[in-house]
Design a protein around this ligand. Structure first.
Ligand code: AMP
Ligand code: ZN
Length: 467
């Protein structure tokens, strides 16, 4: 049987066939959010990746077991400095004068709302770090027993990087080339024996609110440990795909892989898959850059949240994508146009779906999530009047299982009815634009806006929305 999906594997550097270890089931683990603030649209791009994988797998009749962890403890503001780093949740809780649990619950609920707005299907489970401390301690004990970790005289427990010969396989950072201080997992101080070792358990708690008991004394877990503990617990010792944003490749995934595989004695994650970053107006979207856009901001700008999804689909997951408000507005208009068309097609008698377009789109998705090619095929279907309306309707409705753009949403809805006089103003404006009389066209746009009709000019002519 051909592989249901091909994906670029960061470790091998090649596009690989994804063949589930257990026939019929695809096990996927995605690194999830740290719930101390809103996730921005850039973060959401990273969570779209497992959704696209899941949609392709479901179309191939696989059951998808997707697990997304929630970090609500142990992620330091500056994870590189064990002694001075502050826990992200604890410091946010102080700033908001709320408990850590309230902060976590609040941002987790917001995260789920943002996922829903983007039509990202819920995962099978969202384990929380604060509820997995025992799992992490058990894993630490196993690693100590197996000789992959040691306890320092200051109570920190360190992973012995040199005990795991294939360290560096994902990021191609070789231990002998990693200089002290060069990477964020390399500069922790204290009792460690080798600069690239990292903490499984940190004895110096950054905050009294996040201290747990352990056989090594009070402390808290290292951030990388949670994903090893939770993925093994939730998905077992064979995971088909592990995803995350590209920045997680090192040190997070490298350290996670070492912990997990040293503990069980064999390879666990079959494919590591990373999504590239979202840029906004030319720079990586990040709080520190100051170009953060939230899903709420998109809605406040009057745009459909799925315009973000369409804008993402226009680029492949492993290409950097640069967005701006113009691109989001264009995607929003595109969705409106497409949905109007689909609603019109739905009035025709249904006919069998068009196997050619159906296969082309599905093949593009399965080919390392070539969503730009899939969107082009969709665009062509919209333009292809040789395919009957009834057939186009069936085809688009079926393909929307992959796109997730709610393309049939306007079926059966009352068409936009223009307010009194608007049609005449629109016609006058079109005529003025034809004469290149832009002063009149701008005046007419304002008049239309005053009666609630928003006009935009596109390559295809003027378009309007009402209400
Ligand atoms: P963080 O909250 O920083 O831990 O990030 C959560 C997820 O979003 C991780 O998988 C990051 O790799 C990812 N991420 C952060 N910034 C971006 C961005 N600008 N574009 C895409 N993914 C991002
Ligand atoms: Zn992780």
């Amino acid at each position: 049987m051909p592989a249901p999906l091909r994906l670029h594997d960061t470790r091998t550097g090649k596009v690989e066939d994804i063949v589930p270890a257990t026939p019929g089931v695809l096990r996927v683990y995605a690194c999830g959010p740290t719930v101390y603030r809103d996730q921005h649209v850039g973060n959401m791009r990273s969570y779209l990746l497992p959704d696209l994988i899941s949609r392709v797998a479901r179309r191939a009749k696989l059951r998808v077991d997707l697990v997304v962890n929630v970090t609500d403890v142990g992620h330091l503001v500056d994870d590189s400095v064990a002694d001075t780093g502050e826990d992200k949740l604890a410091s946010q809780a102080r700033a908001e004068e709320r408990s850590i649990a309230e902060v976590a619950d609040h941002y987790l609920a917001r995260f789920h709302a943002d996922l829903a707005a983007l039509n990202i299907y819920p995962a099978a489970a969202y384990p929380r770090a604060s509820e997995s401390i025992d799992l992490m301690l058990r894993l630490t004990a196993t690693l100590l027993e197996r000789g992959n970790a040691y306890v320092g005289d200051d109570g920190n427990v360190w992973f012995d990087a040199r005990s795991f010969p294939s360290y560096g396989a994902i990021s191609h950072n070789r231990l002998d080339a990693l200089q002290a201080g060069a990477g964020s997992s390399t500069d922790e101080v204290g009792s460690k024996r080798f600069h690239a070792d990292w903490a499984l358990w940190k004895a110096t708690a950054p905050d009294a609110a996040v201290v747990f008991d352990s056989p090594y004394g009070p402390g808290f877990p290292g951030w990388h440990l949670e994903c090893s503990a939770m993925s093994l617990d939730a998905l077992g010792e064979s995971i088909d795909i592990h995803t995350g944003g590209i920045d997680l490749r090192f040190p997070h995934h490298e350290d996670e892989r070492a912990q997990t595989e040293a503990a069980v004695g064999h390879e666990v994650v079959r494919h590591w898959v990373h999504g590239e970053h979202l840029l906004f107006e030319g720079r990586k979207m990040a709080k520190s850059v100051g170009n953060v856009v939230l899903m709420d901001d998109v809605v406040a700008a009057g745009l459909d949240p799925l315009a973000v999804r369409l804008a993402f689909l226009r680029m492949r997951y492993r290409q950097q994508t640069d967005l701006d408000w113009d691109a989001l507005r264009a995607a929003d208009r595109q969705l409106t146009r497409w949905r109007r068309e689909v609603a019109r097609w739905a009035e025709s008698p249904s006919e069998a779906l068009h196997a050619g377009y159906d296969r082309r789109v599905a093949a593009a998705f399965a080919d390392d999530l070539d969503t730009p090619a899939a969107v082009v095929a969709l665009q062509e279907l919209f333009a292809d009047d040789a395919v009957s309306d009834g057939s186009r309707f069936e085809t688009v409705a079926a393909l929307d299982q992959l796109f997730g753009l709610d393309l049939a949403r306007d079926v059966g809805r009352a068409p936009d009815v223009l307010p009194e006089g608007a049609a005449a103003l629109l016609a006058q404006r079109q005529e003025a634009r034809g004469r290149k009389d832009f002063a009149t066209s701008d005046r007419l746009r304002d008049e239309l806006a005053a009666i609630g009709v928003a006009v935009t000019d596109t390559a295809a002519g003027q378009e309007w929305t009402f209400g």
